[in-house]
Design a protein around this ligand. Structure first.
Ligand SMILES: [Zn+2]
Length: 344
């Protein structure tokens, strides 16, 4: 009995272990495992995660990839981040969610889960008794976001989207510190095109988006976009890896000079162009292209090739993404245009 007590005392004196799902790491260690999302009205799933705990104290940064399963450059990037991070020199903790939306990743779907047809980035903070997307959101809210001080939800163009890298900064005016730190996080990450989104929900119980769930809990957070068309293009993988380490330097979690984007282009006015009908999409612009108001973005035909609509730019700006594959349903995005404004 006495021996047991001594062992317990010794255990208590060790640096405390952080356990999330099946991953457990002490200070100076990294560990990978899974958060189990139990079965409900539909099948169970699991979320692969890595905990990297620095030997020195510091903040907790959450990095989430695969919210949309065909946005793959960030998923490959976080594998590289896992092997590049050194717990011995890290300050604080990095929580890596490698693939948030396993049903969508393995099912190769865009936007929606193949199981419940829901968009994971529209169901936060989730619920325990919901469908699988809602249960994933609940697990990430409670196991990852609640433990984080800062968060990046790392997206790319989805399997159908030809996208030029940009980030979302979402100042809601509720928490000046979270708003201003998030702005600097966007500048630190490195995408020089930054969309300002001030219309996200302000109710923490209906936060809808991953990033917004953190932001409404006082944790500065951004959403980033780099990658396209369901492929892990090397330049886009590396851009995401660089973003992580630029942000870690900004947060003083790894040593090195802080670098912020010097001449960002901010976009206060953006528009997602949605399809007026179901048919076959023929894009006529490239990602990142500048267009004038009224420029032809693409044409929509019926399944036989007869033209249904010419889609034109609603205002002049930059094509942040254009759908690059033919399948098109009524109401779905065809592209996104942003009107840039130079700011310091
Ligand atoms: Zn996405």
């Amino acid at each position: 009995m006495l021996a047991h007590i001594c062992l317990l005392l010794i255990a208590a004196q060790q640096p405390s272990s952080l356990t999330i799902g099946s991953a457990a790491a002490r200070s100076g260690q990294a560990a990978s495992g899974f958060i189990d999302v139990p079965a409900g009205t539909d099948a169970a799933t699991r979320i692969p995660i890595t905990i990297v705990r620095g030997a020195q104290p510091g903040p907790t940064l959450a990095l989430i990839a695969g919210t949309h399963g065909s946005e793959v450059a960030p998923i490959v990037a976080l594998q590289r981040v896992r092997s590049a991070l050194d717990p011995a020199t890290l300050r604080g903790t990095v929580l890596i969610v490698h693939v948030a939306n396993m049903p969508s990743f393995l099912g190769r779907t865009v936007y929606y889960s193949p199981v419940d047809g829901k968009n994971l980035n529209r169901v936060y903070p989730g619920k325990t008794d919901g469908t699988v997307s809602e249960r994933i959101a609940y697990a990430i809210t409670n196991q990852i976001i609640d433990r984080a001080d800062f968060l990046v939800d790392i997206h790319a163009g989805d399997g159908n989207e030809s996208l030029r890298p940009y980030s979302y900064w979402s100042p809601l005016g509720l928490n000046p510190r979270a708003d201003s730190v998030a702005r600097e996080m966007a500048l630190a990450w490195g995408n020089d095109h930054i969309v300002i989104d001030t219309v996200r929900p302000r109710d923490p119980r209906a936060s809808v988006y991953t990033q917004n769930t953190a932001q409404l809990r006082g944790k500065p957070a951004i959403t980033t976009e780099a990658g396209y068309l369901g492929v892990a293009a090397e330049e886009m993988v590396q851009r995401n890896v660089d973003g992580v380490f630029r942000l870690l330097r900004y947060l003083r979690m790894v040593p090195g000079e802080v670098e912020l984007v010097r001449q960002p282009l901010f976009f206060a006015r953006t528009e997602v162009i949605r399809s007026p009908a179901t048919g076959v999409w023929h894009p006529r612009v490239d990602r990142g292209q500048s267009v004038q108001k009224g420029a032809l973005i693409g044409t929509l035909t019926d399944f036989f090739g007869e033209q249904l609509a010419e889609i034109r730019a609603p205002f002049g700006g930059i094509v942040l993404y254009v759908v690059g594959t033919p399948a098109m349903s009524q109401g779905e995005p065809m592209g996104m245009i942003g009107e840039p404004r130079l700011e310091r």
